[in-house]
Design a protein around this ligand. Structure first.
Ligand SMILES: Nc1ncnc2c1ncn2[C@@H]1O[C@H](COP(=O)(O)OP(=O)(O)OP(=O)(O)O)[C@@H](O)[C@H]1O
Length: 292
């Protein structure tokens, strides 16, 4: 499997604050990868390390087989605040993009600008937040990078624009083999477009893998109250809740659960993400299906 990104024990500190700690992960090339985690988990820090805007404090990161270099034409990045040049018009952004990027796809850029309903003559400083995000995304995609890194790209988009944007991401990955890593809090969106998922919690990777494999390997068990240890080896208990009479467990297991006294259900991607995100928090703040 070729990697779009590979990290080993990657750590970044801002002064005394650790933003990412001992992060080891592999992002397969040619996939759309979702990066989720609570606020402050280190997602933006990881993406900025990947595009060379930050340097590791410790550990190693390779992107497309190289040490990340800021401004590389092989990597596109859209930061959370979608920076644009306020004094330049939309059309001037495309002209500048074409001048700076050898693989610039002008057709793609103009199509996306038209789809987003942007006026080429308008100054970027006068665009709305969502329109600015559309422009920044267009410029990043039209660079035709091998890897596109997006930090909460759809947060400012209206639902229609969001759907169109997610559709275009899937097309970029399918038609041009572009690898895409996008952070988002909108798990339903990630579920629509991502085939690989990374859950980052407290500056560490909590779980990562192919979405279908993750869903197939996680189960919710409901049955008469008993200790989680009764499940035996090879089953990783991610979450357990007990009443006087009933136990509810979320387990990771590739082997089938063959004890008929358990009712075994699958998890949605949102349940899976929430389970990992709430790990380590007091049981009262955890969210389980039926209690939301
Ligand atoms: N420039 C900075 N200086 C100091 N600390 C920072 C800086 N940027 C981020 N941090 C800290 O690093 C940690 C990780 O932040 P980061 O922005 O990477 O998280 P995130 O997962 O992207 O969060 P969010 O979902 O809220 O965008 C947080 O504790 C944050 O306060």
């Amino acid at each position: 499997m070729t990697s779009a990104m590979h990290t080993e024990e990657l750590t970044h500190r801002y002064g005394r604050r650790t933003a990412l700690s001992g992060c080891t992960l592999d992002v397969p090339a040619g996939h759309v990868v979702g990066l989720v985690g609570p606020n402050g988990a280190g997602k933006s820090t990881l993406l900025q390390l990947a595009c060379g805007l930050l340097d590791p404090t410790a550990g190693r990161i390779e992107v497309l087989g190289e040490r990340p270099v800021s401004g590389s034409p092989r990597v596109g990045f859209v930061a959370q605040d979608t920076p644009v040049y306020a004094g330049l018009t939309v059309a001037e952004h495309l002209t500048l993009g074409a001048r700076l990027n050898p693989a610039w796809d002008d057709g793609l850029a103009r199509r996306r600008i038209a789809q987003a309903g942007l006026d080429p003559a308008q100054k970027a400083g006068k665009l709305s937040g969502g329109q600015r995000a559309q422009l920044a995304l267009t410029v990043a995609a039209a660079k035709r990078p091998e890897l596109l890194l997006l930090d909460e790209p759809v947060a400012a988009l209206d639902p229609l624009a969001r759907r169109a944007f997610l559709q275009s991401l899937m097309e970029l990955a399918a038609e041009h083999g572009m690898s895409i890593v996008m952070s988002s809090h909108l798990v339903a969106d990630l579920e629509r477009v991502c085939d690989h998922l990374i859950v980052l919690v407290g500056s560490r990777v909590r779980v990562a893998g192919d979405v279908d494999e993750l869903l197939a390997g996680h189960h919710r068990l409901v049955g008469p109250r008993r200790s989680a240890e009764s499940l035996g080896a090879g089953r990783d208990v991610i979450e357990e809740r007990h009443t006087d009479v009933q136990s509810t467990l979320v387990v990771r297991s590739t082997a089938p659960i063959d004890d008929p006294s358990w009712q075994v259900d699958s998890l949605s991607l949102e349940d899976l993400v929430l389970t990992y995100m709430s790990e380590g928090q007091p049981a009262g703040s955890r969210v389980l299906e039926g209690q939301r």
